[in-house]
Write a protein that binds this ligand. Structure first.
Ligand SMILES: Cc1cc2nc3c(=O)[nH]c(=O)nc-3n(C[C@H](O)[C@H](O)[C@H](O)COP(=O)(O)OP(=O)(O)OC[C@H]3O[C@@H](n4cnc5c(N)ncnc54)[C@H](O)[C@@H]3O)c2cc1C
Length: 447
């Protein structure tokens, strides 16, 4: 779009990393407002409204009800009342909806099953709900329409700076790409790449999916524990619960919700909705992701800044790290601005804030598409799906949405086999790989 020739390599599937494991919110971050990070909130709030404009199918206005309780003095109603009005203004005065507040009686009437014990009232404000992996995929489809070359299952292994950068790539075969500039945008992996100067602190966050009928929220609900906040987010016929924020030093590729995480989230949800009596058996699915936070070894994980950093430690090598899903477009714009300024590349203005992400939308949205052979054919032929989990998880979220995902995967594998020419051996291997994905475990608290 700005006259540069661009290629992107991804070591696994597109959106394999954190960008398919978030809370799926486009938000300024009401929590950061409480920490006084006005600039960060303003930046992300404006981006939230831009994504709503350029990709409305992936940015639905979502009201949040934030109740306050006598037992938790960290969150005071009067402060939140002031905060949500400021929050509206930080979007440039055009938030996705206008904020308001309720007294305790109005709050229990509006939020079915919410604990009335110590309830003081609530504020109601707006953010956006997205589908993180679809946002990545539709951004890539847009990039591809504009001439970018995209390769999944292709890993950058090393780079050598000569007149150009010679980058070694390991895919089905090994090959070299010669390029003027390299951008290291590898999230939690960013500090491990050769030539990287990034320093990260990783924290893990998990989410659980339960039937909406088990926690029938119509607005997203903010649940608090001390200064931490968690969400119950309506997602079609399901409710998403999350998240946690704990330091992490395990495998980057295999990140799971462990029993302590699951029990913690259920405990907080049950404290706010005591009659729900949610237990592990209610959990349809879970995901876990790593926040690639700019290192600050001191301080609690939830206090570390979510801002991003763009740095060039070597000529024509750029590290882009930190940030949020909500600010992905802005991070890309600023990175390209910086690398154009540092080279003799032709200058041109960025137009991604104004152009629709896609001219026509097929099989993409916030909730999963219908389960059809046509959808599966589309993902294989037009969205680079190569493995069963590419379709089940990142193209569709069927894996997270459907309790019978394992049986569904058998049907999907036969459709993929037809399109991709898999024989019986490959199909069986794909099913084995899919069935090896982690299941939800936790202390068995029964209803
Ligand atoms: C629990 C949780 C909840 C969150 N919720 C929200 C939210 O609601 N809203 C929000 O705005 N933000 C949220 N975030 C933050 C947001 O998800 C992340 O900031 C964002 O997804 C990071 O994207 P990324 O591209 O930097 O990293 P990733 O999405 O991890 O992408 C990096 C990619 O690089 C690939 N890679 C690594 N090494 C190589 C290599 N050598 N060669 C090729 N490819 C490589 C990886 O496979 C990976 O897919 C959340 C984060 C977490 C953990």
């Amino acid at each position: 779009m700005r006259g540069l020739r661009t290629a992107l390599v991804e070591q696994r599937d597109f959106a394999f990393g954190t960008s398919s494991r978030s809370s799926r919110l486009l938000h300024g971050g009401i929590r950061y407002l409480a920490q006084g990070r006005i600039g960060l909130v303003h930046e992300a709030s404006v981006e939230k409204t831009i994504l709503h404009r350029i990709a409305p199918h992936l940015a639905a206005p979502l009201p949040f009800v934030f109740p306050t309780f006598r037992q938790n003095p960290k969150w005071k109603l009067w402060q939140l009342m002031f905060g949500v009005k400021l929050y509206d203004l930080l979007c440039g005065g055009r938030n996705l909806g206008s904020s308001s507040w309720m007294d305790a009686r109005e709050t229990v009437e509006s939020v079915q099953g919410l604990s009335a014990d110590g309830l003081k009232g609530a504020v109601r404000y707006f953010d956006g709900l997205t589908n993180d992996a679809r946002l990545v995929l539709d951004t890539l489809r847009s990039a591809s329409d504009h001439g970018a070359v995209l390769l999944n299952y292709a890993r950058f292994t090393s780079g050598k700076r000569e007149e150009m950068w010679r980058c070694e790539i390991e895919a089905d075969t090994r090959f070299t790409i010669q390029t003027r500039t390299v951008v290291n945008a590898t999230g939690p992996w960013a500090d491990g790449l050769p030539h990287s100067a990034v320093q990260l602190r990783l924290t893990k966050g998990i989410h659980l999916v339960v039937e909406r009928s088990r926690l029938p929220v119509s607005d997203a609900i903010v649940m608090t524990e001390g200064s931490r906040i968690l969400f119950a987010i309506p997602w079609g016929e399901r409710t998403i619960l999350g998240t946690t924020d704990t330091d992490y030093d395990g495998s980057l590729s295999e990140v799971f919700a462990d029993p302590d995480d699951v029990n913690y989230v259920l405990r907080i949800a049950n404290a706010h909705f005591p009659s729900a009596k949610l237990c592990v058996d209610d959990v349809i699915s879970a995901w876990a992701g790593l926040r690639p936070l700019i290192a600050d070894r001191k301080g609690r994980p939830s206090d570390i800044s979510r801002s991003h950093e763009i740095k060039s430690p070597e000529p024509n090598w750029w590290d882009v790290a930190g940030g949020k899903l909500t600010t992905c477009r802005l991070m890309a714009e600023q990175t390209v601005d910086r690398l154009i300024a540092a080279t003799e590349l032709p200058r041109s203005a960025c137009s991604t804030a104004d152009e629709p992400l896609l001219s026509s939308v097929t099989f993409s949205g916030i909730t999963p598409p219908e389960i059809t052979p046509e959808a599966v054919r589309h993902f294989c032929q037009h969205e680079w799906a190569r493995h069963l989990d590419d379709v089940m998880i990142r193209r569709t979220s069927w894996h997270y949405y459907h309790r019978d995902a394992a049986e569904l995967a058998i049907q999907v594998s036969t459709w993929m086999a037809e399109v991709l020419g898999w024989d019986a051996g490959v199909t069986a291997e794909e099913l084995r790989r899919y069935q090896g994905l982690p299941r939800v475990t936790g202390a068995q608290t029964r209803r």
